[in-house]
Design a protein around this ligand. Structure first.
Ligand code: GDD
Ligand code: MN
Length: 378
């Protein structure tokens, strides 16, 4: 055999078709959990054709290195390291899209989800009865167990009923982070899915607009092994943003909605500060208005930094520089607002129409400009 024939032969021996199932493990600071989860998966998926894709957002605790060490010893394990990006939804989506399997699943990398359910989920998918199998903590036989705090439990059930009412998503556990779906469906829906937030299942179902056939299987939510939950109370706002943005038919992004929400709160802050400056500091209207404007801009900056741009949050000196650029952006925003309002009012003297158009113009300018100048992607 000549060398090229040898090479072809060994290539044929080495090349392997994609596995049937990809399990995506999004990770942020899960160094100690990851090896245990992977071992549990090896056990649970015996006899199946599978791979794991760990999507790590450059965890400071060294999860990435731990994942690569595991991948070095087992080609069924792959790692995606994302730099300068944060977010569960985006990580899941990226993992799904990097897979060539027929079926993709996602689960927490902290042992909260019962990996033993995966073969049964796969069976349902194979049977063709469903396009999406959700491991639910709420159907008969499932339980949130001790895995959630009382506050999270209450929030979770409120969120469920909102999803049912607003999005007409009929799932017993739309917040579940454990499900399996056809890779094809993801390709179809991907352009409509949000990268922000953590509600990837709800997003998939809502974006599918009733086309996905869903099956739910019960499981008991376990307590996380090491480390702590990455989902704080702020995720509730993400969730409300997702509901609103889906309800409005994807016309506006979640981020823009949050920005407007913060802007609306700024108006209240402005009025309160104006009153305080006039009564408490005994200032005349104009200086009081100036003080109130700065107070409102600062409060908007802080809220946006805390909420709207939590994934790109500015800290330390960068925060001061961010505040200054935000003032700058807002002052141009005022000019844009006044210009548009004046133009419209000149043509059609309807105060609320001109006023709203001006405010929207200002908000759009502030949003676009601050996303470039203040919270630019690194
Ligand atoms: N790559 C990446 N980036 N992974 C992340 C990020 C992130 O920004 N945030 C969290 N993760 C990973 C965690 O490391 C974990 O493996 C998984 O995503 C879920 O995060 P947890 O911190 O364990 O969330 P939880 O247990 O509080 O919330 C669970 O229950 C929710 C419903 O109550 C999750 O299953 C959620 O998906 C679920 O919605
Ligand atoms: Mn978890």
């Amino acid at each position: 055999m000549d060398t090229s024939a040898k090479r072809n032969l060994s290539a044929a021996l080495i090349s392997r078709a994609a596995p049937e199932l990809t399990v995506v493990l999004p990770t942020y600071n899960e160094r100690d959990n990851l090896p245990v989860v992977i071992e549990a998966l090896r056990e649970a998926l015996q006899g199946l054709s599978w791979e794991v894709i760990v999507v790590d957002d450059d965890s400071p605790d060294g999860t990435g290195e731990a994942a690569r060490a595991l991948a070095e010893r087992d080609t069924r394990i792959r790692v995606i390291r994302r730099i300068g990006r944060r977010g569960l939804s985006g990580a899941c989506l990226e993992g799904f899209l990097a897979s060539s399997s027929r079926f993709v699943a996602v689960m927490d990398a902290d042992l909260q989800h019962d990996e033993a359910l995966l073969p049964r989920m796969l069976e349902v998918m194979r049977s063709g009865e469903a396009d999406l199998v959700v491991a639910s903590r709420k159907v008969e036989g499932g339980d949130v167990g001790l895995g959630l705090s009382a506050i999270r439990k209450a929030g979770s059930s409120l969120a469920n009923s909102l999803a049912k009412r607003i999005l007409k998503v009929d799932l017993s556990d739309p917040m579940s982070g454990f499900f399996m779906v056809r890779r094809e469906s993801i390709d179809e829906l991907a352009p409509r899915l949000s990268n922000q937030g953590f509600k990837v299942l709800l997003d998939i179902v809502a974006s599918g607009k009733g086309t996905l056939r869903i099956r739910e299987l019960p499981f008991v939510f376990r307590q996380r092994r090491h480390g702590e939950s990455k989902l704080d109370t702020l995720v509730t706002f993400d969730y409300l943003g997702l509901l609103l943005s889906k309800y409005l038919g994807d016309l506006v992004s979640i981020r823009f909605l949050m920005f407007c929400l913060v802007g609306a709160s700024g108006l209240l802050v402005h009025l309160a500060a104006l009153r305080a400056a006039m009564l408490g500091l005994a200032l005349d209207f104009l200086p009081a208005q100036i003080v109130a404007t700065f107070v409102a801009m600062t409060s908007n900056f802080l809220l946006n930094n805390w909420l709207t741009y939590r994934d790109r949050r500015l800290k330390g000196p960068a925060m001061l520089w961010g505040l200054l650029t935000f003032y700058l952006v807002c002052s141009v925003g005022v000019v844009a607002n006044l210009g548009v309002a004046n133009l419209i009012y000149g043509n059609q003297p309807v105060w609320w129409l001109a006023g709203t158009a001006g405010a929207l113009m200002g908000a759009m300018w502030n949003y676009t400009a601050s996303s470039i100048l203040t919270w630019r992607k690194v």
